[in-house]
Design a binder for this molecule. Structure first.
Ligand SMILES: C[S@@+](CC[C@H](N)C(=O)[O-])C[C@H]1O[C@@H](n2cnc3c(N)ncnc32)[C@H](O)[C@@H]1O
Length: 622
């Protein structure tokens, strides 16, 4: 309300020229374009978006290039001016942050002052190009940093949340490290392999089923997704945690990591924190140009979304409600990329979930207690001090039994954690073989951890096959495509057997194929395949071929659409005809997808060769 009032006051001050107030419908992760076309004028602007920061920019007619940008932090009214422009330009407004789907709109009022032209047309609101939005954000941030020296100073690693942990550069590998961080793994060491990648190496052979590593789960740095209350209430109040961080991966765990880092040598994880990589090459840190070189809209969309959400979380961390000072943008970036690239999701059952376990423990407690009491009361031949001792012991046991009962009451409460498992996060990902050479805590699936408190004290990593001395020991991060690996961990694996590509434009491609008469002749040209394609979902192609379910579904779709019997190839049953047609439709979609790419594979490879030294650092991986 306060912001609203200030805003109204500002707007009611005498103005020389027209001003416009627009209530803009905000789409999650979208930029907004305000089509006002002032020519040769100064723009003054006032922006009120109580929750969200916005950037304003001008884009020159026709070029789509953002020229001037100004940043306006959330909950503030900003003023400034854009220099006069020789030609008409579009004013672009972009929200810098992810706008929650629950927020239908936010207010942006723009006052145009000093314009030569007073009868400016009413603004029409349209969504700007996502690319423009990205550009605007980049330029806005740069302008923001340049305009505000305090901001530039803030970008230096502050004392409270140091970016570079002491000693990290000298600690690339160490045979001692796993012992130092309290992980039991006597037969593996941290090594940098000839390909430049740091990982775990077997020093001795392993037999199938042998334990490779035992991780004491008390050493985990975790956040419980079921817990709405703040894990750091003195820094982040419960209400703020619940509204902005609860279940918000990776920001919730990133905050815990930054806090742990701020403890310095007092942290029980100090040695581990020292060896974390200083940089993880996550795509949301790339420029728009770099992203577009990938020619992969999925990655661009993921990177944009991640950046927007991170920006929103960072704004909250720097708001007055939070007492974690000096969380700079680089520090928060770093913490998020560490969580993204190294954390695990873990399911745990607190207490004992099986009734038989509970019954067994209950019986043991009853027998021990009952036996002790019997001895104390009926063996009158014992001396009184002995009887007293037995009674005290019985009371202690009763107390322990209460604790056990407490645990039993907790039984079966599921918890889902995300967290860092120091040491376990040193295993690299195996994506060239269908099976990793080790398993994580059985019976968990690769990438999935299940354990049961208090029965399992350790997370176990066991050899799935015999391992030879000298071999790198991998786990599997899951059956992830290169897009998923790049978006989620900042690396990809050439030859990844789980790699897939999504034909996101499938309906459009089928429609184009139909319009140009390219559909297989067995499908009638006027068949409703095009309409059906729109509801089909996104077909996936992969290193292992086309997703069998997609082909099956496409085949089922095509079967009733087949043309008259004479169009069918003789000797083939309709289901076979439908199967052939399904493959042909997919073939058309694939070739059209490729033809829409701005460069060929050969050109991409040539560009890669040419840039070899410039991008060499990207291949050095921690
Ligand atoms: C959980 S950590 C693994 C340990 C890491 N190599 C280290 O030394 O700290 C995940 C990071 O390791 C690297 N990585 C893991 N598996 C990889 C692979 N198969 N190829 C390339 N880099 C990989 C990536 O940088 C990824 O972000």
């Amino acid at each position: 309300v306060a912001t609203e009032q200030r805003f109204q006051q500002a707007l009611s001050s005498p103005l020389e020229a027209a001003f416009y107030t627009a209530v803009l419908a905000a789409e999650p992760s979208q930029g907004l374009g305000l089509s006002i076309r002032p020519s040769a004028c100064d723009l003054q602007y006032l922006v009120s978006s109580p929750q969200y920061a916005v950037y304003l920019g001008t884009s020159e007619e026709g070029t789509g290039v953002v020229k001037q940008t100004k940043y306006c932090a959330s909950a503030r009214i900003c003023t400034g001016s854009f220099p006069g422009a020789p030609s008409p330009q579009t004013l672009v407004v972009a929200s810098t942050v992810f706008i929650d789907a629950e927020v239908p709109s936010f207010q942006v009022a723009i006052q145009l002052a000093g314009c030569a032209q007073t009868d400016l047309p009413a603004p029409s609101v349209q969504y700007s190009e996502p690319g423009l939005h990205h550009q605007l954000q980049d330029a806005g941030r740069a302008a923001e940093a340049a305009a505000d020296p305090r901001k530039a100073a803030q970008d230096q690693p502050p004392e409270a949340y140091p970016l570079q942990s002491p000693g990290s550069s000298s600690l690339l590998e160490s045979s001692q490290l796993l012992t130092d961080i309290n992980v039991w793994a006597p037969k593996v060491t941290l090594t940098t392999f000839p390909n430049g990648m740091r990982g775990l190496q077997a020093q001795e052979g392993f037999r199938q089923g042998e334990n490779v590593m035992l991780f004491p789960w008390t050493r985990v740095l975790k956040v419980d997704n079921h817990q709405r209350r703040s894990p750091l209430p003195h820094l982040i109040p419960d209400a703020v945690w619940e509204a902005h961080f609860w279940q918000q991966y990776p920001y919730n765990a990133a905050v815990k990591l930054l806090h742990e880092l701020s403890l310095g040598p007092r942290s029980r994880m100090h040695r581990y924190l020292e060896m974390l990589p200083e940089h993880v090459d996550m795509p949301w840190q790339w420029t728009l140009e770099e992203l577009s070189e990938l020619q992969n809209p999925t990655i661009t969309a993921v990177a944009t979304d991640q950046l927007n959400k991170m920006s929103a979380a960072w704004h909250v961390l720097n708001s007055e409600q939070v007492s974690m000072q000096n969380v700079t943008w680089p520090a928060f970036n770093w913490a998020c990329s560490i969580i993204w690239s190294r954390s695990f999701g873990m399911d745990s059952l607190e207490g004992l979930d099986k009734p038989s376990h509970r019954l067994f423990l209950g019986l043991v407690t009853a027998i021990v207690l009952g036996g002790a009491l019997l001895v104390a009361c009926f063996k009158s031949s014992y001396r009184s001090w002995f009887r007293l001792l037995v009674l005290i012991l019985t009371l202690i046991l009763a107390f322990l039994s209460g604790a056990i009962q407490g645990l039993l009451l907790e039984s079966g409460t599921p918890a889902h954690y995300i967290g860092l498992l120091p040491g376990v996060d040193l295993f690299n990902h195996q994506a060239l073989l269908p099976q990793p050479n080790i398993y994580m805590s059985s019976p968990g699936q690769p990438g999935q951890w299940n354990w049961r408190r208090p029965l399992d004290r350790f997370v176990r990593i066991t050899a799935a096959t015999d391992l030879l001395p000298g071999q790198e020991v991998f786990i599997s991060y899951g059956q992830k495509s290169n897009s998923d690996l790049l978006g989620g961990y900042g690396f990809l694996v050439p030859g990844n057997i789980w790699d897939t590509y999504q034909l996101a434009n499938f309906p459009k491609q089928v429609a184009e194929a139909a319009a140009s008469g390219l559909l297989p002749p067995v499908i009638a040209p006027d068949s409703p395949l095009v309409q059906h394609a729109a509801s089909f979902g996104v077909p996936t192609l992969g290193m292992l071929g086309v997703d069998g379910n997609d082909v099956g579904r496409l085949q089922d779709l095509i079967l009733p659409l087949l043309g008259p019997p004479r169009a069918l190839e003789p000797g083939l049953a309709p289901p076979e005809q439908a199967a052939i047609a399904a493959w042909k439709v997919l073939g058309y979609a694939c070739s059209q997808e490729l033809s829409e790419k701005p460069t060929t594979l050969q050109e991409d490879e040539a560009a890669l060769q040419a840039a070899a030294t410039d991008i060499e650092w990207r291949f050095r991986s921690y």
